[in-house]
Every structure is written in structure tokens, then in C-alpha cells.
Design a protein around this ligand. Sequence first.
Ligand code: SF4
Length: 423
Amino acid sequence: MAATDPVEEASYTSKAVYIETYGCQMNSSDTEVVLAILRKHGYSRTTVPAEAGLILLNTCAIRDRAEQKICGVDLVAGPDAYRDLPRLMAVLQQRQASDAASREGVMNVHLSAEETYADITPVRPVGEKSALVSVMRGCNNMCAFCIVPFTRGRERSRPLNSILNEVRMLSDQGFKEVTLLGQNVNSYADASQGEPAAAPGPAPGRSNPDAFSAYAQGFRSVYVPRRGGSVQFAELLDGVAGVNPEMRVRFTSPHPKDFSDDVLEVIAARPNVCKQLHMPAQSGSTSVLERMKRGYDRPSYDALVAHVRQKLPQVALSTDMIMGFCGETEAEHQCTLDLLERTAYEQAFLFAYSQRDRTTAARHLQDDVAPEVKDRRLAEAIQVFRRAQRRGTQAEIGALHLVLVEGVSRRHIGNAAVLNTAV
Ligand code: SF4
């Protein structure tokens, strides 16, 4: 989160804030938290930059270039420092008042082991029917290519009570869909003290609602999860889905290891939990997965996909995939193409590998796949993904689905407006 430079001195008295948000849903959710914090300090949101006394950019630091760009601005607040924004702004104003020529900025990027913003009610866009609900923050997984554990810190989960209260409020306000958000959302584990609120009863068909959420078969992690006695993701999902059976429930972004049977059983048993799962594979090659420190091999991933499809026959799957990771050979790349072909994802986020400072890969591996090779492999992956996706789409011809109409799309086909819908 960074404040931009061109705020005129006179406009510091303006209490209008303009926030531009880049990146994923976590960033959109963080913007809503920031607005709530600033509102308590008298700020209101404007959508017109020229009216703003304060202009903030909320951007992600996954890619190095974004981080380098924001570090030249007046104020930088990390994801656990939003409560500190009013103080940071006051420090900046004092500094600039005493020395108008000062270009010295202020920064707080300290990470917290506890911050979940559980007591903050996010300020959501007017007219929305779908709400993001943050349930946990941070990640403990330490995948070799990823900067997230360094920029968003360790995993911590928001108490079940506060999540259920927020979802009840959203239901009362007429929201039609909630998306539970977390960097590693299905690692959710609420170990907060005190009795959790009575969640709605377990969904019919769950075999063992009290079971510890073990990892999916064949999956492991570099860290030892301390989840004993905690409320875990299956319980959370079940509780949220039980608030209002007419309100859709989604969640993102999960890790495949945490698709344990009790999570899958809740998804199967609760009609309002959308049968759409993100299962980031990152690569189809066991040897690349080992270098990436993902905690699973290709056969385990394939077995999980088969298991999920057996438990949830109508499920739509999506994935993330990285092309050209350190040392990736043509044979390893072919494994990824094979995975894309066989799994026939409904959606895929495909990237050419770009090295990030401070990660395990940057410290211990060589980014040795030539850029043109990465680009060519990415193009091949896109082609294979699209071909396989088309098969799935054609199989849907004639099928009937209940859809949520979210609004008019910004995209148009000819003279016809396209409605944004979610199946
Ligand atoms: S699980 Fe996701 S967020 Fe966590 S380190 Fe791996 S890629 Fe990054």
C-alpha cells in the first residue's frame, strides 16, 4: 500500500481518499479494510482522483517490478500495518509542514503474527451482491518460487465467531454470494480462546464432523501444522454455508494438500457451496515439483483430481501453472502439457517463471531457462489448455445451470452487452 506523490499541500485538509487497487481478491479485500480504518478517522471514499486529499495505490508485491515502483512514493504500509495508516499520514504531514522540500517518506512494513483485522467491518462497494470475507492471512508453505510468506507473513486465522457474524450480516443485507478469502484458505485453523459460537449443525452426509483435517493423501508440508483442538476449514465452510442456504459460498485460494475428505464432504453436502475448486498444480512434473518444494508429486496430484471428481462429479477445476522454472527440461515441460491436457481445467492462470529476490529459488537455484524458451512453453501451455477447455465447454451445451447475474460486463459482443454471470 503506497501513497502517491502528487497530493497538493492545500488538499491535505481534504478528507476524501481515492484508492486504486491492483492484484488479486486479497488486495480488493484489503482495500475494503483500509477504507474502514480511514473512515473511522473521518475519511470518505471518492472515485475521482482530483477530489482526493489522499491517493493510495494498493498493489501486490508478488512481482519485483511492482515493489520497486512503489518504493519511491511518500508512504508505504505493509499488509499488517493498515491500522497504522492514520499515524503514518500524520508523521508525513508534520514532516512536510516543517520542511516543504522534504522528500523523506514514511514506511511500516512490519509483519504481525496475530493481525487478522477481525474487528474491522470492511467498506464494500455500493450495489455489490457478492462479498469477499477474509478468514485467514499469511502462508507457512515456503514454496521455492514464492515471496508471499515474506510479504504477508505467517498463517493466522480469524475467529469463527467474527466470520459467522459477518456472514449473517451480509445475508441480512441481501448479499447473494460470499467468497471466503485466505492466502492459503483451506489451512484455516482457529485456535482462539473461548467457546466458538454455535455454528449451524453439520451438513447431512458428513462422515465425521469432528475429525482432524489431515492432508489429502500423498501430500505433505515443510511445516508441522498445529491444528489440534482448533476449528478447521471444514467446520468453517459448513458453518458459513449453514447461515443462509440461498447464499452461495466460494473460497480462494486453497492449497491442494488441504482438500481433505471432510472438506470435500461439506462441499458435496451443502448445495450452496459452489462446485468449483481451484487446485494450483504449478507443474505437471514430479522433479520440478520437488525443486519447487510443493510437497506432492504428480501421481498424488492426479489421484487427488480423480478423488475430487469422484466425490463431486460436476466439479469445475482451475489451476495455476508456472512455465520455465529453474532447470526445467523439455521432458519436464511435456509433463505440464500432459497435465493440462488430461485434467481439462475450466480455468488456468499460466505464467512464465520470473525470479523473485529472497525466495528459496533465488538463493539456491539457477534461473537458467532462456526467456524465449519460457515464452514458447507458455504459448504451448495456453494452446493445450484452450483445446482441453473447449472439450469441457462443449460438453455443457444443452445443460441447465442456476446462475448468479452479477451485472453488465465491461466487455461487449457486437451491440449486445454481456452479463457477468457466475455458475
Ligand atoms: S502455498 Fe501459495 S502463497 Fe504459500 S508459498 Fe506456496 S505459492 Fe506462495
